[in-house]
Write a new protein. Structure first.
Length: 197
């Protein structure tokens, strides 16, 4: 995996981390966004690191690109998409398999939706209630709770791999995720406490 080539592209740290993790088979699938101009350069890098990719229709000049360890695994993504209108729960499970999310977290996500809870809001509430700042930054899914052992294992393996490949990308990615979560928690905390008053 040549991180130098990735850095030359107009990609966010999030997308770079995604490509590194799929290319090193730490994540079976992922999604990145790319600007129309220069898409050939992105394709060249993805082919070079053995990542299967499929481009979607352009949205405001940005092309959503789904990446996968191989074309066989990508079939899960197609299956989940096709199932979305007839069985939303089953489609979420298949998407979960495609992205490599832990089953406990996928089931909790489905339960949240059934209870009309936003999964991220539910997770923030758990964090606020447990009075701790989270340490799960590298994962791409909403954990079933702050103490999910599977999420912790994935988080640690992602951080290790990203640091092995490129410390700057690892730091940029983790700092971005931490900033997002800190901001979200601050906002949610205000709403949460306003609710209780
Ligand atoms: Zn879990």
């Amino acid at each position: 995996m040549d991180a130098g080539k990735l850095k030359k592209l107009d990609l966010s740290y999030m997308s770079m981390a995604n490509i590194i993790l799929v290319a090193s088979k730490m994540r079976p699938g992922g999604k990145i966004g790319y600007f129309e101009t220069g898409i050939e350069d992105l394709q060249e890098v993805l082919i070079g690191c053995g990542v299967y990719f499929s481009e979607d229709k352009s949205k405001d000049g940005r092309i959503p690109v789904t990446i996968s360890i191989d074309d066989e695994h990508f079939k899960l993504y197609i299956k989940a998409l096709a199932m979305r209108s007839e069985d939303i729960e089953e489609s979420i499970r298949i998407f979960g398999d495609f992205y490599g999310y832990p089953q406990c977290c996928v089931e909790r996500y489905i339960k949240d939706l059934k209870n009309k809870l936003h999964p991220i809001t539910r997770y923030w509430s758990q964090l606020i209630e447990s009075k701790r700042f989270p340490d799960l930054f590298a994962i791409f899914h909403v954990p079933c709770g702050p103490d999910c052992a599977e999420s912790k294992a994935i988080d640690e393996s992602f951080i290790k791999k990203l640091n092995e490949i490129d410390e700057e990308i690892a730091k940029g990615y983790l700092d971005g995720k931490k900033a997002n979560l800190a901001w979200a928690l601050a906002i949610h905390s205000d709403y949460y406490h306003a609710d209780k008053r």
